[in-house]
Design a binder for this molecule. Sequence first.
Ligand code: ZN
Length: 501
Amino acid sequence: MGLEDKLSELKARVTELSTLGEVMALLNWDQACYMPPGASEDRARQMAALGALIHDKATAPEMGQLVEDLAAELGDLNADTLEAREVYLAKERFEKTAKVPRELALEIIAAEARGHDTWVKAKRENDFAVFAPDLKRIFDLAKARAEYFKPYDHVYDVLLDDYERGMKTAEVQAVFNWLKPRQTELVRRILQAPQPDDSFLERDYDLEGQRKVGEYAVRKMGYDLNEGRIDRSDHPFTTSIGRGDVRFTMRYLPSVRSSLMAHMHEGGHALHSQGLNPEWRGMYLRRGPSSGIAESQSRLWENLVGRSREFWAFFMPVMQATFPEHLASVSAEQMYRGLNRVENSLIRIEADEATYNLHVMLRMELEIALLEGNLETRDLPEAWNEKMRANLGLTPPTDSLGVLQDMHWSSGLIGYFPTYSLGNLYASQFWNQLLKEQPGIPDQVARGEFGNILEWMREKVHRVGTRYDPQVILERATGERLNPKYYMDYLTEKYTEIYGL
Ligand code: ZN
């Protein structure tokens, strides 16, 4: 077989894997949105069967041989060509899956399924002990899996790399160590100033009205509902079921505080997926490069656009027309200040921009302590509460509101949390560059025009797919690798003005 034939065979195999992945995504989406509760056992069986099929195809010896042959024939996989990159990604994916013995891989899947169940129960009953043995097992298995990827500088590198290709633990720690005292100090100063009123956000807002304004906002951003849809689930998420089918889900509460921002957040993820290069269909190149880059796209729309003064100049009349009884007497300026109110809080997903990263740092520090063996799982609640007191000055009244609040660890997502903060930092760095190139953007936002933002993101991020590693994408777009200064400058400027610091 010649090189061309081998490349087409790789494409056929990757296409098949993506197709099966899309079927899995559809099963997942249906489970979250529409499946009757009685179907859960059957659905688990269907998903396990499909998961095993995907695993076997991804680790088939023929796939390994093909990737080896292609790598040998191409020689330099770091060459700046599409073929070299695609083979590099295929080789990396194959090795990540095939290096782990099948038995261990299946053990991990079983531990996570069990862990998720006991976590749900433990959180509901506020009883950490119910979850502790499974949590210990999940961390032990993660450590065992990392052994197959030696040598590494730090065991956490192996886990982090699954979500943020090429990023090192030491690099994230250096960024966080720079950020933490500065963010803490900013929050301390903010909390000494008088708080803006945000009581109008807490009134009983009609859910259909919330759905309508949310859909209007994401349509304006450029989300194409001809190739997507919005449904309801307990936890909002975005999923790609095919090239022309990028859906997201929402949850509505009587308070309007979160739903519009959640629409813009998931809408940002959906725009990223809808903007991937269609010519790379069936290739690893046509995937999101990392969780951090994915999160930069959602945070950019949610925070840098959606929580900006300019956005509310445009959007307040829309909100007032939909909710006249609640908002007729509230000004755009009051809305802007209310939505940007800062406070120390217990729950990460409800945290404001100024405190959010502090929640993430705490989780990363605990993950590392557990993996290094400096912390035992049974002592985790106490360690959690201690860090909450140190970082945010609060003691969780219960473990459900503390160490049990996130589902990530129960599903084996260890090393994932930092990517949320990286997303915040990347978003500010992209935004800074965009404004430098196009200073008219804020005026456009105030008129409800988002086309130039989307077009810039399409060119610099969406269409790039996984053509480059996250740091290279950042460097090509902004001229430098990750620099936390842009985020800190953004926060400082924004809150100094709002709180009159
Ligand atoms: Zn997100």
